[in-house]
Design a protein around this ligand. Structure first.
Ligand code: UDX
Ligand code: ADP
Length: 467
């Protein structure tokens, strides 16, 4: 007999927890879904009367929140109360790469996960199904289980792994029609099987049962890491080719189209860029590398680490090319960066290639101006403090955030496109050219602009993987 779920609690109201719970609430009106977070500002923004002010920019999300919020979707800072009430708890807190101690720069920091587990154990008085939703290294479920079983008060817990495959910018589409839903559980026991089935029943409200895969916990956890590693590998592969294209006169877009039409290779994820970003790719590969190393599998670790090395190279190479093209000096020159988010249609900037490019240009004493349609200046300055050793004041002196793209480009020597926002394609490039210093350069790190048209206007254009 599977359990009927009446109350779901999700710990963590971020890019994963927020959209996922909004969709579950919309699709399962009979289940109360409460998303909790310790960040009061974030919860207040989720509860903002105007749904356009929710803290995450994601196309389609305001509409879903508008429909479900207050009906069966709630955002709250009362973590304990929500845990106590729920039969099923999703853990959707962040798991960044460790910045200290053993595994620094590689292993996932499980501090927040452990805190959650201890909190759940302390508060629970009825049996619960605990679902790990964050990307976690393999075998985290085991740690969760151990904490829950040894610190609780006799309450029974079932641990499931239900990795999220949504991509930011298309989260709602991905959640509404997922390629697959993956649920890992203790399928060797009756209780474990029941818990898995309970979560299957939640998703079956809108996902075809054939697309819901159930596996053991370890397979589920490892599938999440490796799905991201394979995707990132494709981007690093095409980026490696982009450099070769620039040297040989081949065009990376043409190469990508030609190889992508081989159905065994497929056409997706072959867009050459200034480098991949986002909260998952780098973190997950580093995790994979760390796990491989910890088992003594050095060749396996080196193989996957190369994906990261290539990505770092691509970001550095892009920035170095700007300096070299601008006659080997950018000191005091105004350079405009269009785009700061790690991809279009999101306000998320974690690991964005733009951060590395800006940092490189600042070291060359360039006067950097940034424009992004959805990222706040507060976020941009925070990102920069995190990545370089300068204080926020120093960064503010060197780096300006513009609210108007045309103003951002005025009197610039060069423009670099770092995010593929659609609006960049619709700009009046003649007008931009007229107000720039000459020769006026464009470095298209996303291959989104029409090179020919820009060259006709008078720009000197550099696109990734073309020359
Ligand atoms: C990724 C996975 O796609 C998703 O399934 C998982 O749940 C979380 O990690 P996300 O990080 O949101 O999602 O974005 P994604 O679309 O995968 O892009 C990652 C990075 O790769 C972005 O910086 C993007 O610009 C870059 N990218 C992607 C390319 O440079 N070229 C491509 O062809 C595709
Ligand atoms: P993701 O992309 O994985 O969703 P985010 O950083 O956007 O990551 O969201 C994670 C959220 O989890 C943050 O809003 C953070 O405040 C919240 N969080 C972290 N630890 C806890 C905790 N112990 N209890 C409640 N919320 C937490």
């Amino acid at each position: 007999m599977t359990q009927k779920i009446k109350n779901i609690c999700c710990i963590g109201a971020g890019y994963v927890g927020g959209p996922t719970m909004a969709v579950i609430a919309q699709k399962c009106p009979e289940i109360n879904v409460t998303v909790v977070d310790i960040n009061e500002k974030r919860i207040a923004a989720w509860n903002d009367e105007n749904v356009e002010n929710i803290p995450i920019y994601e196309p389609g999300l305001p509409e879903v929140v508008k429909e479900a919020r207050g009906r069966n979707l709630f955002f709250s800072t009362e973590v304990d109360a929500a845990i106590e009430k729920a039969e099923m708890i999703f853990i959707s807190v962040n798991t960044p790469t460790k910045t200290y101690g053993i595994g620094k720069g590689m292993a996932a920091d499980l501090k927040w996960i452990e805190l959650c587990a201890r909190q759940i154990a302390r508060v629970s008085v009825t049996d619960k199904i605990v679902v790990e939703k964050s990307t976690l290294p393999v075998r985290t479920a085991e740690a969760l289980k151990s904490i829950l079983e040894n610190t609780g008060n006799g309450v029974k817990f079932q641990i499931l792994s239900n990795p999220e495959f949504l991509a930011e910018g298309t989260a709602i589409e991905d959640l509404m029609a997922p390629d697959r839903v993956l649920i890992g559980g203790d399928i060797d026991t009756v209780e474990g099987k029941e818990a898995v089935q309970t979560l299957v029943d939640v998703y079956a409200h809108w996902v075809n049962r054939d697309n819901i895969l159930t596996t053991n916990v370890w397979s589920s956890e490892l599938s999440k890491l490796t799905a991201n590693a394979f995707l990132a590998q494709r981007v690093s592969s095409i980026n490696a080719l982009s450099e070769l294209c620039e040297k040989t006169g081949a065009d990376v877009t043409e190469v990508a189209r030609a190889i992508g039409m081989d159905s065994r290779i497929g056409s997706k994820f072959l867009k050459s860029s200034v480098g991949f970003g986002g909260s998952c790719f780098q973190k997950d590969i580093l995790n994979l590398v760390y796990i491989a190393k910890s088992f003594g599998l050095d060749e396996v670790a080196d193989y996957w680490e190369q994906v990261i090395i290539m990505n770092d190279h691509q970001k550095r190479r892009f920035a170095a090319n700007i300096v070299q093209t601008l006659f080997n000096t950018v000191s005091g020159k105004k350079i405009t960066l269009l785009g700061w988010a790690f991809k279009k249609d999101t306000n998320d900037t974690r690991e964005s290639a733009a951060i590395a490019v800006a940092d490189h240009l600042l070291y060359e004493q360039s006067n950097v101006v940034i424009y992004d349609p959805k990222v706040t200046s507060e976020q941009i300055y925070t990102d920069m403090v995190y990545v370089n050793s300068r204080s926020e004041e120093e960064n503010r002196d060197l780096l300006t955030v513009a609210i108007d793209p045309y103003e951002a480009c005025q009197n610039s020597h060069a423009i670099a496109i770092l995010t593929e926002w659609d609006e960049f394609k619709t700009y009046d490039w003649q007008k931009i050219y007229d107000h720039m210093l000459k020769p006026a350069f464009v470095f298209d790190g996303r291959n989104i602009l029409d090179v020919k048209k820009l060259e006709e206007i008078g720009f000197v254009v550099n696109s990734i993987g073309k020359n």
